[in-house]
Design a protein around this ligand. Structure first.
Ligand SMILES: NC(=O)c1ccc[n+]([C@@H]2O[C@H](COP(=O)([O-])OP(=O)(O)OC[C@H]3O[C@@H](n4cnc5c(N)ncnc54)[C@H](OP(=O)(O)O)[C@@H]3O)[C@@H](O)[C@H]2O)c1
Length: 335
């Protein structure tokens, strides 16, 4: 290992705009303590929504004060192990999913926070923790069943494309929304039954015309008017899982005045449920193992966005790209 220093991206101040909140800093590469491993990060998953909210100071459950580290999931290679570490050796391919461990070239972590994978490829970043979130949200919060109608919004995105396939594998009719022909083609490949390009078709009209009995389970990543349409089209005993509201992350929260939401839910005995992965941590290991198994046995396909971002310097552009809504699959930065 020739390098002596490494770069990482930190939030130096809170700012509404991610790129004005961050800066690159350089540090000596640390040595692992007895129970730690040193990992050379190779690919980082980009969670542009979460990154932006963190840098705006809008993530109440962490409530960080700058400076703080950024990034979550990475796949990389073990380059040194502490003297008490037994389960890892140099050149092992590993994934870590710790907040603050992602947007950096090297990291030392306690060995029990690293997870071995077959190889250092960006594809595994679609599964951990993104795919895990999709699985837990559908099953634990959405109480996913079979033979129901499931709607996934932002269906061709990092989280959505896994949710679509999991809902299909469970035996449901799956509707997916997206904004381009390229995304629609991807969703076709993933077996989505009804693909709605919301730029060329009206989501509310289609749901009302083609699904007059309503939607049983909705996995909403988008929010705003899409959320309103989803609530309006819930079936009797339908469940809407609020996975995110990306259409509002980089904007001020819209103030609305309308009758309280129970007027829409009560008569259908429907429900709206929030999902946040950190509050469902205990489901992570089983979900991760199941997803990896589905992936390695070819039952689950994964999509990494073809746009190549290279280096720590490219992270603000990658975040902006994700928030622009152009991405197809998981956005990844090569470090
Ligand atoms: N609750 C949790 O624990 C958890 C965990 C992971 C992810 N999430 C949430 O899941 C959602 C997806 O995250 P991701 O990282 O996988 O991103 P992503 O889906 O890969 O990318 C975001 C997608 O959102 C869609 N979108 C729709 N309206 C948008 C708008 N106004 N502005 C920007 N994008 C818009 C775009 O696709 P189309 O235009 O094709 O719809 C875009 O490609 C986010 O809301 C995120 O916060 C939540």
């Amino acid at each position: 290992m020739n390098a002596k220093t490494y770069k990482k991206l930190i939030a130096k101040q809170l700012n509404q705009d991610f790129k004005f909140a961050v800066e690159i800093v350089e540090f000596p590469i640390p040595k692992p303590a007895a129970s730690e491993v040193l990992i050379k990060n190779k690919f980082a998953g980009v969670n542009g929504g979460f990154d932006t909210l963190l840098c705006r100071g809008d993530v109440p459950y962490v409530n960080l004060t700058p400076p703080f580290d950024l990034g979550v999931e990475v796949v990389g290679e073990v380059v040194a192990v502490g003297e008490n570490v037994q389960d890892f050796q140099v050149s092992d391919a590993v994934v870590t999913t710790n907040r603050g461990g992602g947007y950096r070239e090297y990291q030392v972590v306690n060995a029990n926070l690293a997870f071995k994978v077959r190889e250092v490829t960006p594809e595994v970043l679609t599964l951990m923790p993104t795919g895990v979130s999709a699985l837990v949200a559908l099953e634990q919060v959405g109480e996913m069943k079979s033979n129901e109608v499931v709607l996934v919004t932002a269906a061709a995105g990092g989280t959505g494309h896994i949710a679509v396939q999991l809902a299909k594998l469970a035996g449901n009719h799956v509707i997916g929304t997206c904004s381009s022909e390229a995304k629609a083609n991807l969703l076709k490949e993933f077996g989505c039954d009804r693909i709605i390009n919301y730029r060329t078709e009206n989501l509310n009209q289609i749901l009302k015309q083609e699904y007059p009995n309503g939607i049983n389970l909705i996995f909403d990543c988008v929010g705003k008017q899409v959320f309103d349409t989803c609530v309006e089209n819930l079936a009797v005993r339908g469940r809407l899982v609020v996975v995110g509201f990306i259409s509002e992350y980089a904007k001020d929260v819209e103030q609305i005045t309308q009758p309280r939401i129970y007027h829409q839910l009560f008569w259908k005995a429907a429900s709206v449920r929030g999902f946040l992965m950190p509050h469902y941590k205990e489901y992570m290991p089983e979900a991760r193992d199941r997803l990896l198994n589905l992936f390695y046995t070819g039952k689950l396909k994964v999509a990494v966005d073809p746009n190549h971002f290279q280096g720590i310097e490219s992270i603000p552009a990658a975040v902006e790209y994700l928030l622009s809504g152009q991405n197809c699959g998981k956005v990844v930065v090569r470090l």
